[in-house]
Design a protein around this ligand. Structure first.
Ligand SMILES: [Zn+2]
Length: 123
């Protein structure tokens, strides 16, 4: 017996799945990101025009700035707690900073994308 409910959200990925695994919020197929923190132009599976809903501009500073401040504070705390040599710190932060910024941007863009799609009734 199938559900006769018009708002069938079962099977759609959540925000975390969309951000981490690049799953389309409408059909759940892979391919939401075409670069580390940029949405693909459209979903290859369902044809959803993603570029129309991509957040950009100064609004993303609200995501990047707090992450940057937290990373600087974490670096200071780490240096205070454990005196790591520079040859360890450079590769450590070269790995942590891009991962943190890209992760935060992906999560924020997935939240905004989902909200905009719900506003337009596309989910
Ligand atoms: Zn799709």
């Amino acid at each position: 017996m199938s559900s006769g409910n018009g708002q069938n959200t079962k099977g759609q990925p959540g925000i975390t799945q969309a951000a981490l695994f690049g799953l389309c919020p409408r059909c759940g197929s892979k391919g939401l990101w075409d670069s580390p923190a940029n949405l693909a132009a459209r979903c290859d599976a369902c044809g959803l025009d993603l570029s129309r809903f991509e957040p950009g501009g100064r609004g993303l500073y609200l995501v990047v700035l707090p992450v940057t401040i937290l990373l600087v504070l974490a670096a200071l705390k780490l240096d205070e707690a454990v005196k790591l040599p520079v040859w360890v710190l450079v590769p450590l932060w070269a790995l942590v900073v891009p991962l943190a910024v890209i992760g935060a941007l992906r999560f924020a863009k997935a939240v905004v994308l989902r909200a905009r799609l719900e506003n337009e009734g596309l989910l």
